[in-house]
Design a protein around this ligand. Structure first.
Ligand code: NAD
Length: 367
């Protein structure tokens, strides 16, 4: 018997892969190494009960391999729940390439990565993510059919951001209906934080419906441009979280709902595109619930992008992708009802609903 006391911080050294918290029962993890091209990549396949594991490839200059492994595990798990809650027949997966996309990316390295994806025979399907581009996906397409997000010219679905924005708009309407009794956004004060690819299209939808839109971004010239184009007001206050608005739409960075901001938020609805908006899903989800602020789960309402690329697996049909994205409205409402009836946070309810779908399919598959 060992008398050694294990330091929690050192646990990763005891169980390097299966013992990681973010491992969370991943089905398979593939480490890819190619000496000639310098490729070092990890493909995480979290769960394939509902279908092939689809998720993008991130190329990032990780500080160390632990960080890369942890990132791929965390992201691929997230994809399982995003696809499940969106009603897609997809599992969750993700890949990371270790390296600086500006300095280390070569056509040979991307091609080699495509060969690794191909070796999994469709169990994992890749797509674009931070540090990879549509041309990279087109290149991968030359080594494997298991890639989405390729150019429209070669049968792809093109830029997913407008579809993502439409899903956020649908989720926001559902939240407004639940919180204020009507789905109408006309006259509602909305603060959109981040007016990039998704945020700008969201501003377009909101302005067309007569919402009173305020915008904030670190990019001044974008602010002027979007303000002029859609008649949105530029937020000039000191504290955007304390802004006197009905809806706060985070469309820039994650973790903006955190210990520092949560008690200042005046909005009664949070609905935006950013991933991982709650710095701590459990604690901040609970505080929002207690404060009566309705949070539309990010991984559901920003799923338009994956719904769009999902269409590429058979033959891309834009109308079908938009119809599925529109359904985010119904699913969001169902999550609020479930959360209310079971005393859960909306985030917990969304997870529970996704898990139930996976369990149900598991039983059907076993028959
Ligand atoms: P983007 O890079 O085009 O836009 C982000 C915008 O946020 C930029 O205008 C940037 O200047 C601004 N920004 C950055 N830091 C900021 C800060 N501290 N305060 C205010 N503004 C800041 O990104 P995008 O494609 O529009 O995506 C927005 C968010 O939605 C991201 O978190 C992304 O992960 C998430 N998301 C996007 C998609 C998609 O289809 N594009 C799908 C799912 C989730």
């Amino acid at each position: 018997m060992t008398t050694e006391v294990i330091n929690v911080k050192e646990l990763h050294k005891v169980d390097p892969v299966f013992g990681q918290i973010s491992f969370d029962n991943h089905e398979q993890i593939v480490f890819c190494n190619d000496k000639d091209t310098g490729l070092k990549a990890i493909i995480g396949i979290h769960n394939t009960v509902l279908g092939p594991a689809l998720g993008g490839t991130r190329m990032w200059k990780y500080a160390n391999e632990w960080e890369a492994l942890n990132d791929v595990l965390r992201l691929s798990r997230g994809m399982t729940y995003k696809s499940a809650i969106s009603g897609l027949n997809l599992g969750g997966g993700k890949a990371v390439i270790i390296g600086d996309s500006k300095l280390d990316k070569t056509p040979e390295l991307i091609t080699k990565f495509g060969e690794y994806v191909n070796s999994l025979s469709g169990k994992y399907i890749t797509a674009e993510d931070v540090g990879t581009t549509t041309p990279d996906m087109d290149l991968i397409r030359q080594s494997t059919p298991y890639v989405t997000g390729i150019s429209e010219a070669i049968g792809g679905s093109g830029n997913p951001s407008p579809v993502t924005a439409y899903g956020v708009y649908m989720g926001m309407k559902a939240a407004v209906k639940y919180q204020f009794g009507s789905e109408k956004l006309e006259g509602k004060k909305v603060l959109v934080q981040g007016i990039g690819h998704v945020g700008e299209t969201l501003v377009d939808f909101l302005s067309k419906e007569g919402a009173l839109v305020q915008i904030t971004d670190i990019n001044e010239s974008r602010l002027e441009e979007v303000s002029k184009k859609y008649g949105a007001t530029i937020f000039r206050g000191d504290d955007l979280y304390a802004a006197d608005v009905d809806i706060y739409a985070p469309c820039a960075l994650g973790a903006t709902v955190n210990d520092d901001t949560i008690n200042r938020i005046k909005a009664k609805v949070i609905a935006g595109a950013a991933n991982n908006q709650l710095a701590n899903e459990v604690i901040h989800g609970q505080i929002l619930k207690e404060k009566g602020i309705l949070y539309a789960p990010d991984f559901l309402i920003n799923a338009g992008g994956i719904i769009n690329v999902y269409g590429e697996i058979a033959k891309y049909d834009k109308a079908e992708a938009m119809r599925r994205t529109e359904n985010i409205y119904n699913t969001t409402l169902a999550i609020f009802e479930l959360a209310n009836s079971k005393g859960l946070t909306t985030h917990q309810a969304a997870f529970a609903m996704a898990e139930e779908r996976i369990e149900q399919r598991k039983k059907e598959n076993a028959k």
